[in-house]
Design a binder for this molecule. Structure first.
Ligand SMILES: Cc1cc2nc3c(=O)[nH]c(=O)nc-3n(C[C@H](O)[C@H](O)[C@H](O)COP(=O)(O)O)c2cc1C
Length: 328
């Protein structure tokens, strides 16, 4: 069983932090489908310290989401450690994760996110300050393999982080320069796993059970974190778990998908204001509603909805369509 510090995870499957995606409703759903731990999207240390309401809204979670990790990012040891301490006192998350993976220039230019991959001293200082500030709350790190192809530093960074007292590392083995292009190079996960003794969570391009098994076989990593393949498809966790337990798995029918859309919508309605709820419903339905006859027509209909009542009416129509739909 995968253990991160004092946290025992029921499955080796983790939902990755994703900005604009992994909010409370989506996290609750992924938990129900078998993700053992979920993460907030990355949250600015400066925003936390300033108690900016929009930043703090990104952190809110409920007890049924536990264990949960809150992910923070920032450019200097003082602000990141202060924000971590604030988080611990106010929200007491199970894990505090530091983002050293974000490749977006707006973030890296300031020295935050994956800028740390070209400045391991800064990574060391920030991480050490956070570990010291939060005491018994496990601190983890999510990072890339390096700044660019000629500077792969994940194994070296791993050694440093382990010494500081980091309890697990997630590696998305692309470089900063690579952004999301090409494939992630799982050899870097293997190398990191061979270098350190703390749990290593592999991430990058896992789209189902076969990829999961291949990543475990090729890298010997302790757990697998999934991001893009869970968008509109939280069933991915269940499908991998069925594979691991030798149980048969059937892809969801369109009717099941439509019923999950409705559930997702209601979770959004409870958690957000009307505009956010409508916009986020459109975003998520764009992922759920794919691969069936007239899928694009349905997506367009939802895109045109102006308020929650219109979304609700369309959902009821969609559910009828789904119930009558003959799967090919
Ligand atoms: C829309 C989107 C938002 C993301 N936001 C974050 C984030 O807030 N923090 C983070 O560490 N990684 C973030 N990532 C990166 C993912 O967590 C993950 O490392 C990457 O997508 C590779 O995994 P995958 O192949 O399973 O998608 C984001 C990725 C996407 C697609």
């Amino acid at each position: 069983m995968l253990e991160i510090g004092n946290i025992k995870l029921k499955t080796p499957l983790l939902l990755a932090p994703m900005a604009g995606i992994t909010d409370h409703p989506f996290r609750v759903i992924c938990k129900e489908f078998g993700a053992s731990i979920v993460y907030t999207e990355f949250v600015s240390a400066n925003g936390i310290i300033r108690e900016n309401q929009r930043t703090l809204d990104l952190i809110k979670f409920t007890d049924d989401e536990r264990p949960i990790g809150v992910q923070i990012f920032g450019e200097d040891p003082e602000s990141v450690s202060q924000s971590a301490l604030f988080l611990k006192k106010k929200y007491n998350p199970d894990i505090i994760d530091i983002n050293y993976g974000c490749p977006v220039p707006k973030v890296t230019k300031k020295g935050a996110g994956s800028a740390a991959m070209k400045d391991l001293c800064r990574m060391e200082e920030i991480t050490a300050a956070v570990v010291e500030a939060v005491g018994d709350t496990p601190v983890t790190v999510k990072m890339r393999a390096g700044w660019d192809e000629g500077n792969i530093v994940s194994a070296k960074a791993g050694e440093v982080l382990e010494k500081i007292g980091v309890k697990a590392i997630t590696l998305h083995p692309r470089t900063t320069k690579q952004q999301f292009r090409g494939l992630s190079d799982w050899n870097h996960i293997k190398e990191l796993k061979q270098t350190v003794n703390i749990p290593i969570i592999g991430n990058g391009d896992v789209k189902g059970y076969d990829d999961y098994m291949r990543m475990i076989d090729e890298t010997n990593c302790d757990g697998v974190m999934i991001a893009r393949a869970a968008m509109g498809n939280p069933w991915i966790f269940k499908s991998i778990l069925c594979g691991l337990e030798g149980k048969p798995y059937k892809n969801p029918t369109l009717e099941e998908k439509t019923l999950l859309c409705k559930k997702h919508f209601h979770l959004l309605k409870d958690a957000k204001n009307e505009t956010q709820c409508v916009n986020l419903s459109k975003k998520h339905f764009g992922y759920y509603l794919k691969g069936f006859n007239k899928a694009s027509d349905w997506r367009i209909k939802f895109m045109k909805a102006n308020n929650v009542n219109e979304v609700e009416e369309l959902l009821d129509e969609l559910i009828k369509y789904g119930a009558a739909y003959k799967e090919e």
